[in-house]
Design a protein. Structure first.
Length: 277
């Protein structure tokens, strides 16, 4: 594939601001995006990310553009709608900042529907005072009746997937299980405080975790499978035709990486995304 912007696949132009580099990548984003999506919108979203997350300016431009290229290939909007977040991390190996792409619950949900085999996906949190019962066996069953009069502390989280051909499946995690997962995988700063969406959008990230655990029993679109594979990865290759799995690495997850920012996110009310049962 030929491109009209001379950008090395693993480096970006020097002497240009990150904002300028993002704008000049618009034609490359367009080559990578699914039909019907606008590269101009992705550029606007990316510039909004920079305003909301100023420390992204400290990350290597190649990793920021790489994360945005992954968003382009998957058809996700960074920084809005709960699709995905682009976060700066300190790479101890390279002694520099890199940008990491974290796919959100809403982004995973949208990609899952592209398989064409899913009727609905619902993720919810169970609170103290709710009626909640789970039965496993030949006919698994889940009952959740929320207490609308008083909302207590969270006690569990779950995701339910219904299939167009009939049947459904679900995954439940207790609050202690989710907290253990969060402690293991959520980014922390040098002071040990959790930052990013696990701090600002905990319930959504909990639902995403349940959906990830359920994924092995779901029919997957190509984009959904790729999103699961590249989630929390770092990419410096900006070739719009590159294979996501081959250009994304997760080495930083094994190096006690240190995020340097708390992200401001825009999250829609659940009703905007929930599918009627």
């Amino acid at each position: 594939m030929t491109t009209d912007l001379a950008v090395p696949t693993d480096r970006t132009p020097t002497g240009l601001t990150l904002q300028t580099q993002i704008r000049e990548m618009e034609s490359q984003f367009a080559l990578a995006m699914p039909k019907g999506l606008e590269a101009a919108q992705l550029v606007r979203d990316a510039l909004t990310c920079l305003r909301q997350t100023p420390n992204l300016a400290n990350a290597s431009p190649a990793s920021v553009l790489g994360a945005l290229m992954t968003c382009a290939q998957l058809g996700l909007r960074p920084g809005v709608l709960g699709h995905a977040w682009v976060l700066p991390y300190w790479n101890k190996h390279n002694r520099s900042y890199d940008a990491q792409l974290v796919v959100g619950y809403q982004g995973l949900t949208e990609l899952a529907y592209r398989s064409g085999s899913i009727e609905s996906i619902i993720g919810r949190t169970v609170f103290e005072g709710d009626t909640f019962d789970v039965e496993y066996g030949l006919n698994d069953n889940l009952i959740h009746r929320p207490n609308l009069k008083e909302k207590g502390d969270p006690i569990a989280h779950y995701a339910v997937v219904k299939f167009k051909g009939g049947g459904a499946n679900f995954w439940v995690m207790t609050e202690p299980e989710m907290q253990a997962w969060r402690k293991r995988y959520a980014p922390t700063n040098k002071a040990g405080n959790i930052v990013g969406p696990w701090n600002s959008d905990y319930e959504s990230m909990a639902r995403k975790t349940c959906l990830l655990r359920l994924a092995k029993w779901m029919p997957k679109s190509t984009e959904f499978a790729m999103a699961v594979e590249v989630d929390a990865g770092v990419r410096t290759n900006v070739d719009p035709s590159a294979s996501l799995s081959s250009v994304t690495n997760h080495d930083h997850l094994h190096e006690d990486a240190e995020p340097v920012v708390t992200v401001t996110t825009e999250v829609l009310d659940d009703t905007a995304w929930a599918v009627t049962e």
